[in-house]
Ligand binder design. Structure first.
Ligand SMILES: [Zn+2]
Length: 286
């Protein structure tokens, strides 16, 4: 069934677990995420990254079948625009039926970020959609200007507390040590859980971990303990599929192509299921 993140995150907050949000860039990846959630009887969020929607699939054509898949699912599924910083595009996604949007105005001053976000919260309410926002920001370990998140980029708890109170967002992404993308082999980031604890104690709001891939089981478990209710993972889901395709073609270059597409998202499903287990959301669909 198709829902906004509001109810599913409120339930996660009350019961002390996190809902997984996994990135998809096409129908097959979305299908793998929903199938994994159904097998685990877990609520799930499909994150569609703004920049990838623009690059790989047109909003009003390919997002519609993903929404239809969510409607037909046996577990609660939300479709969330991930890192929406083009406000015109974000409004279009609401109009196209996204049940959730992330309004990422974190590059602006805290006051401007709050002002832009407040406007989107009001608009989203007319669609029955939920809104995620971000205070502080995270680096990205891939791309031309790749860099890890440093302490200058961490969320200031006092700014975040005021932001949540001023905007009425449904959940807030906080920066406390994770970075988008993949980490070097064997590297485990240091998380500053006190940032999450302080915001949680003051607001009680659902908080979000971005860049969950490769952060390690202990960081994940502790994040959920201190109040994270949504965990974003994209890279690990994609790596599992890429490695499956590379290994399969190395062993059999003539592997049937339609079968390879099917089998690759099935390989990714194992990663999604492992994260559902770690987040505590298994058997929490209802
Ligand atoms: Zn993110």
């Amino acid at each position: 069934m198709y829902e906004s993140m509001k109810g599913m995150l409120a339930k996660a907050n009350a019961e002390g677990y996190a809902v997984m949000a996994i990135n998809a860039v096409d129908l097959e990846m979305a299908r793998g995420i929903i199938t994994a959630a159904e097998q685990m009887n877990a609520p799930i969020i499909i994150d569609l990254l703004q920049d990838q929607i623009k690059r790989y699939f047109d909003c009003d054509i390919l997002t519609q079948p993903i929404i239809k898949m969510a409607q037909a699912a046996h577990v609660p599924v939300a479709i969330n625009l991930d890192h929406g910083h083009d406000i015109a595009h974000l409004k279009r996604c609401l109009h196209e039926g996204f049940s959730s949007v992330m309004c990422d105005a974190s590059a602006l001053s805290p006051e401007e970020n709050a002002k832009v976000t407040r406007g989107i919260v009001e608009l989203a309410q007319t669609y029955g959609a939920s809104v995620e926002a971000e205070v502080g920001n995270m680096g990205c370990s891939v791309g031309a200007d790749a860099h890890f998140t440093d302490d200058q980029m961490y969320t200031d708890p006092d700014v975040a507390i005021k932001f949540i109170q001023d905007t009425g967002v449904d959940c807030l992404a906080v920066s406390y040590g994770s970075t988008h993308g993949d980490y070097p082999e064997g590297y485990v980031p240091t998380f500053h859980f006190d940032i999450v604890e302080k915001i949680k104690a003051s607001t009680g709001a659902p908080l979000v971990l971005h860049g969950g891939s490769g952060t390690g089981d202990e960081n994940m478990r502790r994040s959920v303990e201190v109040g994270i209710n949504k965990i974003n993972v994209g890279t690990d889901y994609m790596i599992a599929q890429r490695e499956f395709v590379a290994k399969t073609l190395a062993e059999d270059p003539g592997y049937n192509w339609p079968q390879l597409l099917q089998d690759s998202w099935a390989a990714g499903m194992e990663v999604v299921k492992r994260y559902i287990e770690l987040s505590g959301s298994a058997n929490k669909a209802f």
